[in-house]
Design a protein around this ligand. Structure first.
Ligand SMILES: Nc1ncnc2c1ncn2[C@@H]1O[C@H](COP(=O)(O)OP(=O)(O)OP(=O)(O)O)[C@@H](O)[C@H]1O
Ligand SMILES: [Mg+2]
Length: 331
């Protein structure tokens, strides 16, 4: 997709924000609506509302790092120019009679606060526009929702992530291999904040590891995986083939070794094996069994279960599926 506008250099024109020490997510936060990559329909609609001086109350929702806060900040700058900070109240659970009241993370509001907000929104509509921002729209009461125009910020596509990542790479004078860029946009899962943070951690992590080579080494896929403690695709391939071919005890030993060596969490291994699994040629019922058990294991891990036991379960599940598949092949 084509994006309107500007080069990396003038992404952030705010002098305070131009400092070199800022994390890249802030340093390269779009400062005007036309610098935002993605969600062009939403942004054009909001732009039209502003142009016609008919901005409604807004409810922006969607997963993290998709540009909700950046969008409303850019709107505020456009509405009020340089003095925008005086005209905007960024609040958490407090309201006031300013022109634009931004309630970020509105899904953390209690039911009582939301009930109060219904009346406040109506009372102040003449002089104030409210903009609620949240990740989970289901946590916003229907009455509040119906007072707002809702916009869903979908996860960003890999191409959209790439285009911003490439701007930062250019502006920071970095060398990142195409495979490195692919790896980091894949790991970012539609979250631009995550993409930029992974880029930054890979650059500094790599610097640390190869301090003699200094900043000029290429950042490749391996650096991205290592710096984020994500299992390498090769390792995942080995893990899967051990589970498919080796006896349980041996698979357990081999996987444990990789886990310790690379400092990997079972949750991350599980996630990557799950991605990989879709390419394995198993009968449908075997795949279903695997998926169900994987979901259980993930749930237990999230609950704080012991990794060694859950690892055994993952291997045992593969063993059962192997037997099932072999049995079916015989028939
Ligand atoms: N559409 C976009 N175009 C360019 N950069 C973006 C975009 N979306 C996010 N970013 C980058 O990611 C960072 C985080 O974005 P932002 O704070 O707007 O996310 P958010 O949707 O409000 O996330 P959260 O729900 O976690 O608050 C920004 O500082 C910016 O650098
Ligand atoms: Mg936000």
């Amino acid at each position: 997709m084509e994006t309107t506008g500007t080069d990396g250099d003038d992404i952030n024109t705010d002098p305070i924000m131009h400092s070199v020490n800022l994390p890249w997510v802030e340093k390269y936060r779009p400062s005007s609506l036309d610098q935002l990559i993605s969600h062009t329909e939403i942004i054009n609609t909001i732009q039209r509302f502003i142009n016609e001086d008919r901005l409604p109350h807004l409810l922006l929702y969607g997963p993290p790092g998709t540009g909700k806060t950046s969008t409303i900040k850019a709107c505020a700058k456009q509405l009020y120019g340089k003095g925008y900070k005086r005209m905007v109240l960024e609040v958490r659970l407090v309201t006031s009679g300013f022109k634009l009241v931004i309630l970020d993370e509105a899904d953390a509001m209690s039911n009582e606060a939301q009930a109060a907000l219904r009346r406040v929104i109506e009372q102040y509509t003449k002089h104030t526009r409210f903009c609620l921002i949240c990740n989970y729209v289901s946590k916003i009461s229907p009455a509040v929702q119906s007072r707002c125009t809702r916009f869903r910020f979908a996860p960003l596509s890999e191409d959209e992530l790439k285009s911003q990542v490439q701007r930062v790479i250019k502006a920071e004078n970095l060398t990142v291999t195409p495979e490195g860029i692919d790896a980091l946009t894949r790991l970012a899962d539609g979250d631009m904040r995550k993409a930029l943070n992974i880029l930054q951690v890979s650059v500094f992590g790599d610097l640390f590891a190869t301090s003699t080579a200094l900043a000029f080494g290429d950042i490749d896929a391996r650096a991205v995986y290592t710096c984020t403690a994500t299992p390498q695709p090769d390792d995942i391939q080995s893990i899967v083939s051990w589970m498919l071919e080796k006896p349980v005890a041996e698979a357990y030993k081999l996987i444990s070794e990789v886990k310790t060596e690379q400092g990997l969490a079972l949750q991350d291994i599980l996630k990557e094996v799950h991605r990989f699994m879709h390419n394995i040629d198993f009968p449908t019922d075997c795949k279903i069994l695997l998926l169900e058990r994987f979901a259980d294991i993930e749930h237990r891990l999230a609950d704080g279960a012991t990794e060694s036991l859950q690892l055994s379960d993952m291997i045992a599940t593969f063993q059962r599926v192997r037997e099932l598949a072999a049995h079916q092949a015989e028939r």
